[in-house]
Design a binder for this molecule. Structure first.
Ligand SMILES: Cc1cc2nc3c(=O)[nH]c(=O)nc-3n(C[C@H](O)[C@H](O)[C@H](O)COP(=O)(O)O)c2cc1C
Length: 353
């Protein structure tokens, strides 16, 4: 049966207006990315994972602190850690700051995280995983969701055993990225596992992994019974992919539109991370926005070598004269920023899921 990607679904009492969720991606999912995702059709956005270890030690290496605002809602904030009480405390902070959902990361395969017993390690430590979810669910009134990988080793089916137990412990929705932690991002996401998970739980399941087009999204929804698809890498520098998935093909964006979105993204990121951190952070986005045949390849190289973001902006405007007008319109619609809340939770530099 074909699912209408523009139809709503619910995580307990939280209405999600479309079947597309923007993936949490450490080092990518800053506020500008989440806001842009909402504008282009994502029904739900998620912060990258924020470290609860930072709460205890205060010495996590960070990119900055999490900033959220009401126009992002519905918004999930993802936390990771392995100590139930510390996770519960972080969840309370996230709820107080206005998040609609608290998402718990059981998928991060990065060693810096797994060696602390957090992230994907919890897929095979079910006692602790359930203790984390039940402590978090007891601590907050908002729904608690969990994002998992299939297991640690290739071929693992740990997620199918663990998923129902997490629901019993209080998870109101599960997202599955059906690759093993060992696989990192190689091979393919095996969505036959997503279909099996859907069979085993009564809560909505979100399918994550290799959703790159409307055709793929529809096929995954139809064959798995998932409530929604999650899109990650395909949306990097490419919010138009989200629009294509939710609404159908609108054709490639004009250069002026690409540049306007990139400059808006840069300006918002400077506001969130500060000029110094943003300058390095943004470099990877130039290739993501300007690639895909939109601009000649040497253009990106040129931008990466410029020292200041002002110079980058000037060069971008010169390359796409129509951009200024589009940018003006986009900025006119931006929220004032008055209701921004900055949480004392660090955005970790060690990302993944
Ligand atoms: C750069 C990067 C950072 C990521 N960081 C996170 C994260 O912080 N939390 C998480 O649950 N998943 C994280 N993921 C995993 C994605 O949310 C998603 O599950 C995965 O990329 C598969 O989806 P895709 O094929 O649409 O990219 C990350 C992925 C990438 C590529």
């Amino acid at each position: 049966m074909q699912v209408d990607l523009r139809s709503p679904w619910w995580i307990r009492d939280i209405e999600v207006p479309t079947r597309l969720v923007l993936a949490p991606m450490a080092g990518v999912s800053v506020q500008a990315f989440r806001r842009q995702g909402r504008r282009f059709g994502a029904g739900l956005v998620c912060s990258e994972m924020v470290s609860c270890a930072g709460l205890q030690h205060g010495n996590e290496r960070t990119l900055g602190y999490l900033r959220i605002a009401s126009d992002e809602r519905p918004l999930a904030v993802q936390i990771f850690g392995s100590e139930p009480e510390v996770m519960a405390e972080a969840a309370r902070m996230v709820e107080d700051a206005g998040a609609d959902l608290v998402d718990v990361n059981f998928g991060c395969p990065v060693r810096k995280v797994t060696k602390t017993g957090a992230g994907a390690t919890l897929l095979e430590d079910s006692e602790r995983a359930c203790a984390v979810v039940s402590a978090v669910a007891e601590a907050v009134a908002v729904p608690v969701t969990v994002k998992m990988r299939r297991g640690l080793e290739n071929g693992s089916r740990a997620c199918l055993e663990l998923g129902p137990r997490l629901v019993d412990a209080g998870a109101a929705s599960l997202t599955l990225h059906p690759r093993s932690a060992k696989q990192m991002y190689t091979g393919e996401a095996d969505h036959s596992l997503t279909a099996e998970l859907v069979e085993r739980v009564e809560v909505p399941v979100v399918a994550s992994g290799d959703v790159t087009s409307r055709a793929r999204a529809q096929a995954i929804l139809a064959t798995t019974g998932a409530a929604a698809v999650m899109v990650g890498r395909a949306a990097q520098g490419n919010p138009w992919a989200l629009r294509e998935i939710v609404e159908g093909d609108a054709g490639p964006p004009a250069r002026g539109e690409v540049v306007a979105e990139l400059i808006l993204f840069m300006r918002e990121t400077v506001r969130e991370l500060g000029e110094r951190r943003a300058t390095g952070f943004l470099k990877k986005f130039y290739g993501w926005y300007l690639g895909r045949g939109r601009f000649p390849r040497p253009f990106k190289q040129e931008l990466v070598q410029l020292e200041t973001l002002d110079e980058v902006e000037q060069r971008l405007f010169a390359a796409a004269p129509g951009a200024a007008e589009v940018l003006e319109r986009l900025e006119a619609d931006l929220p004032s920023g008055e209701d921004d809340v900055v949480l004392d939770l660090p955005i970790s530099i060690y990302g993944g899921g």
